[in-house]
Write a protein that binds this ligand. Structure first.
Ligand code: SDX
Length: 392
């Protein structure tokens, strides 16, 4: 019959999956990785150890951790031909555009491990992605500032290697500041995985078709770029810069509440957390540690603290259950360390790669796994006959 289908309130999404990797209780603000609370991992663990945990399900023994770290370290270099790929980009290209392109091209360089039917290839590709993503990210930054690429120095830690490849120059010795390395490593831990968020779901859906893992991670990077997702850290710092001083906060709070105003408090709110994002708690503490280590201060931190205090006491934000999320304070730390805002989401992608890889492995290793195929609720016209143009 003619006319549109009516909405069926009984329709429920089946786009979900089983996973043993990460657990979130949004109402209580709880985040567990393989059962371990994020606060304890951020305090006591390392990004390499958390990476092992996400991939293997258990915390490693010292010898297991040493073997894993050695394996990752030995894959940090990229194919020399890959360095030519960067020169095709404009120098002012957003580093996330470069990440999408370069990571998407990796299967052209490492096709020997893309036959994912072989578990050994899945492991090799996983290790290559985790190992090379810091090198690729640092190269994206170097290319954007017109400095030469710095090759990995495998005597350094995973995070120390990344800092040196990013901020070191061939002309001088680069000294990794332990407090900065620790803060950066903790930021990587806080971003490592987060259940079935938009980019992880993208990686799973892409992987369900049998696409190679490099292409799947590139799809995740593309999705993460959005300002509602991983792009929020860049947007949050830009918002704080726009607000400037605490006296301007009330005006922006009112704008955020105005449905006719597209302005949103970036770094606030979450699809799942209706309580304080436990990652934001650790992030706020880390700001002070980095400021003390670098003997710097950023007045935007005071603006952020005041903004949080006002918003958390505002009836609108209380009623909507809007709290700071992982992106609210991260930009202040990254800026203090020396990263430009355009690199913030790249750093998020660098850290989330291990989560994407762990989730991809979990999905692709499931013998009952089928291609993802979410359905829709059709709201268009009912079936009807074609009308010749002479009669329209
Ligand atoms: C990440 O999913 C993940 O796990 C993601 C992530 C991860 O680790 O992978 O945690 C990383 O993406 C964190 C989120 C980063 N994004 C931002 O900080 C951008 C700003 N936040 C908003 O865009 C928003 O909060 C979302 C997109 C995150 C969630 O939007 P929703 O789904 O609309 O949130 P909601 O349903 O809880 O909103 C309730 C109400 C809505 O108003 P009403 O329709 O009820 O009238 O609150 C409003 C929203 O419009 N609202 C906001 C707001 N966020 C939601 N109002 C003002 N400012 C905000 N930031």
């Amino acid at each position: 019959q003619s006319g549109k289908f009516t909405y069926d309130p009984g329709f429920t999404s089946t786009a979900s999956c089983d996973s043993a990797i990460t657990y979130i209780d949004g109402d209580e603000g709880v985040l567990l990785h393989r059962g371990y609370p994020i606060g304890q991992l951020a305090e006591h663990s390392s990004f390499m150890e958390v990476s092992y945990l996400l991939l293997n399900g258990e915390l490693p023994s010292q010898s297991e951790l040493d073997d894993f770290t050695r394996t990752i370290t030995r894959h940090t270099m990229v194919h020399e031909q890959l360095t030519k790929f960067y020169s095709g980009f404009r120098r002012d290209a957003h580093p996330m555009a470069v990440m999408c392109g370069v990571v998407g091209a990796l299967s052209a360089f490492y096709h020997d491990s893309t036959d994912i039917a072989d578990p050994q290839n899945r492991t090799i590709s996983s290790h290559r992605l985790i190992a090379k993503i810091p090198t690729i990210a640092a190269m994206a930054y170097k290319y954007s500032v017109g400095q030469p690429f710095v090759y990995p120095d495998n005597k350094l830690s995973y995070t120390g290697n990344f800092l040196r490849m990013t901020f070191g120059v061939p002309a001088e010795e680069y000294e990794v500041i332990p407090a900065v390395e620790k803060a950066m490593d903790r930021i990587f831990i806080l971003h490592a995985d987060h259940e079935q968020n938009a980019s992880t779901s993208t990686v799973r859906l892409a992987g369900s078709s049998g696409a190679n893992p490099f292409a799947c991670i590139a799809a995740g990077i593309a999705c993460l770029w959005g300002p509602a997702h991983g792009g929020a850290n860049e947007a949050a710092l830009n918002m704080l810069k726009e607000i400037g001083t605490p006296d301007k906060i009330p005006h922006y709070i009112e704008r955020a509440k105005d449905k006719n105003d597209p302005f949103r408090l970036m770094g606030f709110g979450h699809r799942v957390y209706k309580n304080y994002d436990p990652r934001a708690t650790v992030m706020q503490k880390t700001v002070r540690e980095v400021f003390d280590a670098l003997k710097v201060n950023d007045p935007l931190f005071e603006t952020a603290l005041r903004l949080e205090e006002i918003a958390l006491n505002d009836p609108y934000f209380i009623e909507k259950k809007l709290f700071p999320n992982v992106d609210f304070y991260s930009g202040i730390i990254l800026s203090a360390i020396g990263f430009p805002t355009t690199m913030f989401t790249v750093l998020f992608a660098l850290a989330r790669t291990v989560g994407w890889v762990a989730q991809w492995n979990e999905m692709i290793s499931d013998p009952g796994q089928k291609i993802g195929r979410p359905r829709q609720l059709y709201t268009g016209p009912a079936a009807r006959d074609y009308i010749p143009v002479s009669q329209r």
